[in-house]
Design a protein around this ligand. Structure first.
Ligand SMILES: Nc1ncnc2c1ncn2[C@@H]1O[C@H](COP(=O)(O)OP(=O)(O)OP(=O)(O)O)[C@@H](O)[C@H]1O
Length: 465
């Protein structure tokens, strides 16, 4: 493809997908490799006609061999020669990935993304452009297929997601190489993502040529088109899942929970998507969530089995009684109370707090005085078992006895002058869906004894040792 033709193709991409509005400032993320260099060249050719401005960004990964610094110098000199403002950042990716035990590539991507978003904020840029292209899309599809990705992952990248745009998404590598040559550009060899490149290289140099030769010469077009269809369908499913998520998820500060019964009623395809949203919400970012663990959860849900899955990035998803919980793995100190089931009749040791809880069921005798302090009586018929004991969590709420309105436990602690450090050792007794006793402090209004009470649950809190 001739330079002029490619310029028209990219212009059409920008127009059709509304990638750049007139007057916009676009940050172009340039590695120095052919794709992003071609992108920068094309955008700088188009900026007058389409009325936008460019700011170049480069991240130097500081690899030991010093090659990354040569890339950085190269990008800086290109930007200066083309009269474009540039921001250069350095980060020791190898060191961080070692410390966090994550892959070089995923750390590099995350750091790049964070810096780009920050830079966009500080410059008031409405768009961030990267050089992803059509072969990337096809290779990603096959790469993910072999790793068990679902339709969302296989659908690959979009032309636009929030501020991020990919104007070369339907441009093939060959077109980019031809363009670079014709325009006299001499990109740096792209070595930045070796690790991933190793597997990708085999997909690119072995698998795709083999499939093209032996099965279908149109393989790339077919895969590209399939990914596009998957993205369209995903959009519809996603909006359905979002609606259900809003209705079904109980979003707490550190976790997202679902009731098993409600979730299990949904079709499996939606269950996975609802779960994915929950997990992303806990992570606080819209990263890809692997398909396989979601599938495992969906299956366990259908079979009504319990499960506990640890996921990448310090997350866990597990079933706890009749709830599914997605949460960040607890890194709380030793004073934090472990979660335990409290029998309706018996004793429960809480050694980490030096406490014992004793329970017994009995008929309600109107003559006996209701106990006070560390022993409580609750109306057994107002309790939905099973009972659990756990430590306080941010976002906890209950209705303190004698009050009408729900109150944040945190505010209750403040009003009751419970010192911050002591709060984590207060056992919280909870039934299926509500807190029934902030042990030793206050019972919940919803389980109080009244004129209709027939049976009582007595819980006694004892200090030991
Ligand atoms: N060190 C970097 N600094 C700034 N942007 C980068 C850097 N590395 C990658 N990018 C951006 O992310 C995009 C995707 O990176 P990746 O390394 O996967 O792509 P690539 O296909 O090798 O592209 P390129 O040929 O532009 O390096 C690049 O096109 C570029 O826009």
């Amino acid at each position: 493809m001739q330079p002029l033709e490619l310029k028209e193709k990219v212009k059409e991409n920008i127009r059709r997908n509304k990638l750049i509005d007139p007057g916009a400032l676009v940050i172009v993320s340039v590695s120095g490799g052919p794709d992003s260099l071609c992108l920068l060249h094309l955008l700088s050719q188009l900026r007058e006609e389409l009325h936008f401005a460019i700011h170049v960004f480069h991240l130097d990964h500081l690899t030991r061999d010093g090659e990354s610094t040569q890339d950085a110098r190269y990008v800086k000199s290109v930007a200066e020669n083309w009269n474009l403002p540039v921001t250069m950042i350095e980060a020791d990716i190898a060191e961080i990935s070692k410390r966090e035990r994550r892959s070089f590539q995923s750390v590099a991507r995350e750091i790049r993304r964070n810096h780009l978003l920050q830079l966009a904020d500080s410059l008031g840029a409405s768009r961030i452009a990267t050089g992803h292209q059509a072969d990337d899309q096809v290779e990603t599809f096959l790469f993910r297929l072999l790793r068990g990705s679902g339709p969302k992952g296989l659908g690959g990248m979009n032309y636009r997601e929030g501020k991020l745009i990919k104007p070369l998404l339907n441009v093939w590598r060959r077109e980019i190489e031809n363009y670079c040559q014709a325009a006299g550009l001499s990109p740096r060899m792209d070595w930045t993502n070796r690790e991933m490149k190793y597997e990708r290289n085999r997909i690119r140099n072995q698998l795709i040529p083999y499939l093209e030769r032996e099965f279908s010469p149109a393989l790339r077009d077919i895969v590209f088109r399939t990914a596009e269809i998957l993205r369209d369908e995903e959009e519809v499913m996603d909006s359905l899942a979002e609606e259900l998520f809003q209705n079904l998820a109980v979003v707490r500060e550190e976790s997202v929970q679902f009731y098993v019964k409600e979730l299990a009623r949904q079709p499996r395809a939606l269950v996975r998507r609802i779960l994915r949203r929950g997990i992303q919400r806990v992570k606080g970012e819209l990263l890809d969530v692997d398909f396989l663990p979601l599938e495992e959860v969906a299956q366990a849900l259908e079979a009504d089995e319990s499960f506990h899955i640890l996921m990448e990035g310090g997350l866990e998803v597990y079933r706890e009684y009749d709830r599914i919980v997605a949460t960040k793995r607890s890194v709380s100190g030793e004073s934090d109370l472990r979660e335990r089931e409290l029998p309706l009749e018996g004793e429960l040791d809480i050694p980490e707090a030096g406490l014992v809880l004793k329970t017994r069921e009995m008929d309600y005798n109107r003559e006996s005085p209701i106990p006070q302090g560390n022993t409580v009586w609750m109306d057994l018929d107002k309790i939905v078992p099973p009972l659990k004991v756990r430590g306080w969590r941010g976002g906890d709420r209950f209705i303190p006895l004698g009050m009408k309105k729900i109150k944040k436990l945190q505010d209750f602690f403040v009003d009751s002058k419970v010192p911050r450090r002591a709060r984590k050792r207060v056992p919280i007794v909870e039934d299926f869906h509500k807190i029934v006793w902030v042990a030793g402090l206050r019972m919940d209004q919803r389980v109080r004894i009244d004129g209709d009470t027939k049976r009582v649950l007595e819980i006694e809190l004892r200090r030991v040792g």
